[in-house]
Ligand binder design. Structure first.
Ligand SMILES: Cc1cc2nc3c(=O)[nH]c(=O)nc-3n(C[C@H](O)[C@H](O)[C@H](O)COP(=O)(O)OP(=O)(O)OC[C@H]3O[C@@H](n4cnc5c(N)ncnc54)[C@H](O)[C@@H]3O)c2cc1C
Length: 475
């Protein structure tokens, strides 16, 4: 049901969820199944509005590639209004430093896939001891289209639009009231508050709440360990299309070609063994085979002549037989989790009076080494099987000037852990030492893996619903 400010006067909700992106909506839907009433507070409108989006402007210090206001959407359904829909689960070894393991999320996978309307299939196949081909799924769900009418007609989910959480009022270690701003400012009472405002806003709001509420410990690393998925073309090559297809084609890899060119794309990841042996991070390589123009081929061969005359002679002979095809190697990979990559509050404020953010962001040596090692491993595989030759892009050998694109996957900032000195929420997503304040979304991930985050976000939301409904809670 859609409600207005006046409907909220003197109202108390058992649970208030801030944010109507996949994190918030998935949680509300699960509570609805148990006939538990909740309120979703959404700062944006039903559809896009410049006014709501303006709150997302912020400043970047470091080599982050984008304007922060275009990397997320403030409207009903959140950023799924323009997301890409690519889905994959995290690998079990991504959970190395997490208080939760993959098997704790597995019970929620089937339902998460149902929400995203994707098959619950994420196969993989080793191509040697270091590399494996992996399967992604592709969702075309937009949460506005799928769920707006449903929520409008729901008896248990109440939704207020154009209304932002502005602050909280605490009684000792418990959130007693939440302060909301729409056209007016008012407060309501709640038993449980869940922030599901996205991978930047969760940190921003919590930092802001802490400025006004000394019960939120100064020790919590709010805003720290912020991560993205670097996303970049990191190499190119030439090869024999028929042989490559014979070696790498399989019945489950059907990754949509995000550039809409090329004959064939295959996604390749490091095995756990390689990650450990080379001390690298997780990664996904998208190897796209396509026609290439002779100019760049000539340039490649000219370059190669200087370092490998024999090989380039062989290339020229292949070229004459017209057997060559081009390859572009792109990657989306894990960024090292670092304390210093962080969201802080700026001195300028949005129209609601909440400080805007500054993002301090840099790519570490280990993050870049991962891209180099993956090019190296794929290059070695191509040599061993004599499928062609691959070269790394110049940019990945230049740490000082390295800038990558990003997947617009905002991860970390309110990370999960057992130790209050280096994490913000516990394994149940409750903010340490605060009795009834929860966070949901990718801001709770202590590391990013390489998988696109939304499927895991939804798994965590369903698990949070399970926790809030069961256990010692009073819902
Ligand atoms: C271009 C693009 C492509 C992407 N492609 C993919 C992909 O292929 N696969 C994938 O897994 N992920 C992808 N993502 C990321 C994906 O969109 C996010 O992971 C996902 O939307 C996060 O869900 P969320 O609910 O945590 O946050 P969001 O979807 O950002 O929703 C947060 C909601 O909270 C609201 N809100 C914010 N502040 C307040 C406040 N103070 N009070 C009340 N409400 C508030 C916002 O208005 C918004 O509606 C992509 C993102 C972008 C930008």
């Amino acid at each position: 049901m859609i409600i207005q400010d006046d409907d909220l006067l003197n109202k108390k909700y058992k649970i208030v969820i801030c944010g109507s992106g996949p994190a918030g909506i998935s949680l509300a839907l699960e509570l609805e199944k148990k006939e538990i009433e909740c309120l979703i507070v959404e700062a944006g409108n039903e559809l896009y509005s410049n006014l709501a989006q303006n709150r997302y402007k912020g400043e970047v210090i470091g080599n982050f590639p984008s304007d922060l206001s275009v990397t997320r959407l403030s409207q009903f359904g959140g950023t799924t209004g323009h997301w890409g829909g690519t889905c994959r689960t995290l690998d079990n070894y991504d959970f190395k430093n997490w208080p939760v393991k993959k098997e704790n999320l597995d019970p929620f996978l089937k339902q998460s896939c149902k929400i995203l309307e994707i098959p619950n299939k994420f196969q993989e196949k080793k191509i040697n001891k270091n590399l494996k081909i992996i399967e992604f799924q592709d969702s075309s769900v937009r949460f506005y289209e799928k769920y707006f009418e449903h929520i409008k007609n729901s008896k248990f989910i109440n939704l207020i639009l154009n209304c932002a959480i502005y602050n909280i009022k605490m009684n000792n270690q418990t959130v007693d009231k939440i302060v909301l701003k729409s056209k007016k400012t008012f407060s309501i009472k709640t038993n449980f508050l869940v922030l599901a405002c996205g991978g930047i806003e969760n940190s921003r709001l919590l930092l802001w709440f802490r400025e006004n509420n000394p019960s939120i410990s100064k020790k919590l690393p709010i805003g720290n360990y912020w991560m993205e998925h670097p996303f970049k073309t990191i190499g190119s090559g030439v090869g024999n299309f028929n042989l490559i297809k014979k070696n790498l084609e399989n019945d489950f890899e059907k990754f949509k070609n995000y550039r809409n060119w090329g004959n064939f794309t295959v996604s390749i990841s490091p095995t756990e063994k390689l990650i450990k042996k080379k001390n690298i991070l997780n990664s996904s390589i998208f190897l796209t085979i396509h026609d290439r123009d002779n100019n760049s081929l000539k340039n490649n061969i000219k370059d190669l002549l200087c370092v490998a005359p024999k090989l380039s002679k062989k290339m020229v002979s292949l070229f004459n037989k017209k057997l060559l095809c081009g390859m572009t190697v792109s990657s989306s990979w894990e960024q090292e989790s670092e304390y210093k990559n962080q969201i802080i509050l700026s001195s300028s404020k949005d129209r609601m009076g909440v400080p805007r953010i500054k993002l301090k962001y840099n790519i570490s040596k280990k993050t870049l080494e991962t891209a180099k090692e993956m090019i190296n491993q794929i290059g070695l595989y191509f040599i061993k099987e004599d499928l062609g030759r691959i070269a790394g892009d110049q940019a990945i050998y230049d740490i000082k000037n390295f800038i990558s694109d990003a997947g617009y996957h905002h991860i970390g900032g309110t990370i999960m852990g057992e130790n209050k000195n280096n994490s913000v929420v516990d394994k149940n997503l409750k903010v340490h030492d605060i009795n009834n304040l929860y966070i949901c979304g990718s801001s709770i991930f202590p590391s990013s893996g390489h998988a696109n985050p939304t499927l895991s976000i939804i798994q965590f939301s369903l698990r949070l619903a399970d926790h809030l409904i069961g256990g010692d809670n009073t819902i």
